[in-house]
Design a protein around this ligand. Structure first.
Ligand code: BG6
Length: 512
């Protein structure tokens, strides 16, 4: 029997930032495209006192602001907002869950949603366990004999280290079965990250080359121009390794490197990606310095304007040793990737916002032709641009027209923006829809989360405990500390810099 996708999405933390910036705009986009089930409802809950009507009004305003809808088109949001309800409650107080149960049941009868509920925890991670327990105590986690279903979505961070992640998984799994738990990693919902599967597994030309015999190195970058903005309090306890590498970048790595699954479903795809995470070569405590470099942005002057450094940001300790930049070298010890170095890099306050994967191919075994300096310095590269300007670029050498055989580097460039009528959905749209349809392929499984923590834990430990490990300052607007090159095997190697440094006036120095 086909699954009934009708459901209520109950959002905890409904007056928070994520709800207004991402969740509601994503739900509205799905509604507008006719992708939500015919019978659906959204129930927002938080401590703030709202009536259903007042909350609907607020959501309309938020969606107008964050989904870039013209004020004149605001009327179109009304049919969507009619499916939105609100309940003021304290999520940590189990007695409030009777009201929740009651409200859900009333909405369920009114909207005919078949008793199917998704609980979206858009709250501080410190509340995950208590919300899950309270849902469990009131019987809200239990799926009905009548085939009604219950799912829970949680946002990263899933713990702060291996131990806390194991504890969280254990607590959640005592209440929900693993196939009811959807751990969202929004990078897995990005269209261009998903396109890596299509590129690899639907094209005859790439897959035969996709291994250690032809690929010499791989770079994965997620660079941001923004700093920590209003999130200093959270960020100062996490840092870039926990915030970006442990989840987003390792998940992208998994997508680039997994073996072809037998079927494209949640079980097979995730069974393959866990093998990658378990094959990550452990970094020994004494080797952390050789394969990981951390940095923190410092104040600088850009175009004559002073820009604050990380330690001057709101809610950040003035002597903080939290990293806002990480460069990391790792190896995957398996048959396909043995010996290929993978370089991961992420940072805040860099010169441009760009996330990309660079696959670098081995050079020809013998140079027949003269190559200009630029070309001989750059081997063939396949660049998967995750964002912005989503697309794929292949760089290779061609003969310069005219006498002789001079080789020049050229590129074959595909931009999604060139496709007519193409709408690239936001990651949250795709992932929420997947959860409604019961498809967890692009959600992180418990074992994968733990394997990724197991890999990063020794780095975290060395950074926290070893005073010898340096933290390098880099002025806002630069590509991170120059020491990020120290992890390369050869001094001739370098990162790809999609744009230059900004014109900044600031010094590079070690932070203590
Ligand atoms: C979030 C991190 O998960 O991803 C943020 O917590 C980061 O610090 C963001 O800014 C980056 O996402 P995107 O989609 O803008 O690359």
């Amino acid at each position: 029997m086909a699954q009934d996708n009708s459901c209520i999405i109950a959002i905890f933390g409904a007056s928070g930032d994520l709800t207004k910036r991402k969740l509601m705009p994503a739900l509205y986009a799905l509604f507008r495209q006719g992708l939500l089930p015919k019978n659906f409802a959204v129930l927002g809950t938080s401590r703030s006192p709202f009536t259903d009507e007042a909350y609907r009004k607020r959501i309309i305003e938020d969606v107008v602001t964050y989904a870039g809808i013209k004020k004149s088109e605001q009327k179109q949001l009304e049919p969507f907002s009619k499916h939105i309800y609100y309940l003021a409650m304290d999520a940590t107080d189990v007695s409030h869950y009777d009201d929740l149960k009651d409200k859900l049941s009333k909405i369920d009868s009114a909207e005919k949603t078949g008793g199917n509920y998704i609980f979206y925890l858009s709250t501080s991670p410190s509340l995950y366990t208590s919300i899950a327990k309270n849902l469990g105590k009131k019987g809200l986690a239990k799926e009905g004999k009548d085939s009604s279903w219950r799912r829970i979505i949680i946002e990263k961070p899933f713990g702060r280290d291996l131990e806390s992640a194991q504890e969280l998984n254990h607590d959640l799994q005592r209440i929900f079965k693993e196939d009811q738990i959807y751990r969202i990693d929004h990078y897995l919902g990005k269209e261009t990250v998903q396109d890596i599967f299509a590129l690899r597994f639907s094209n005859g030309i790439f897959e035969p080359l996709w291994n250690r015999n032809y690929i010499s190195r791989v770079e994965i970058t997620a660079a941001e121009t923004i700093g920590v903005e209003e999130r200093g309090g959270y960020y100062d306890h996490y840092g870039a390794l926990r915030d970006m590498i442990q989840n987003h970048l390792l998940q992208v790595l998994g997508t680039v490197t997994i073996e072809p699954p037998s079927f494209f479903d949640a079980t097979d795809v995730r069974n393959e990606s866990i093998k990658i995470f378990q094959s990550l070569r452990p970094i020994k405590p004494g080797d952390v310095d050789k394969c990981a470099v951390r940095g923190q942005y410092t104040e600088s002057v850009i175009n004559g304007k002073k820009v604050l450094g990380y330690r001057q940001e709101k809610d950040v300790a003035h002597d903080s040793m939290t990293e806002t930049f990480v460069a990391l070298k790792l190896y995957i010890d398996n048959w396909r990737w043995g010996g290929v170095p993978f370089y991961l890099r992420t940072g805040k306050c860099l010169p441009s916002r760009v996330s990309e994967v660079v696959i670098e191919f081995k050079r020809t075994p013998h140079h027949l032709f003269t190559q200009d300096e630029l070309c001989s310095a750059k081997p063939n590269q396949l660049i998967i641009r995750i964002q912005p300007d989503e697309g794929i670029l292949l760089r290779f050498g061609m003969k310069k027209p005219g006498a002789g055989f001079d080789i020049e580097e050229v590129g074959m460039d595909f931009h999604y923006s060139e496709l007519v009528d193409t709408y690239i959905p936001e990651a949250y749209e795709r992932l929420i829809l997947d959860c409604i349809m019961g498809d967890a392929t692009h959600y992180a499984r418990a074992d994968a989360v733990e394997a990724c923590w197991k890999f990063v834990d020794p780095i975290l430990k060395a950074w926290e405990d070893d005073p010898e490990v340096k933290l390098y300052g880099y002025p806002v607007g630069t590509w991170g500390p120059p020491e990020a090159r120290h992890i390369f095997d050869s001094p001739n190697e370098d990162w790809r810099y999609p744009t230059d440094h900004l014109t900044t006036d600031g010094d590079f120095y070690e932070l203590k």
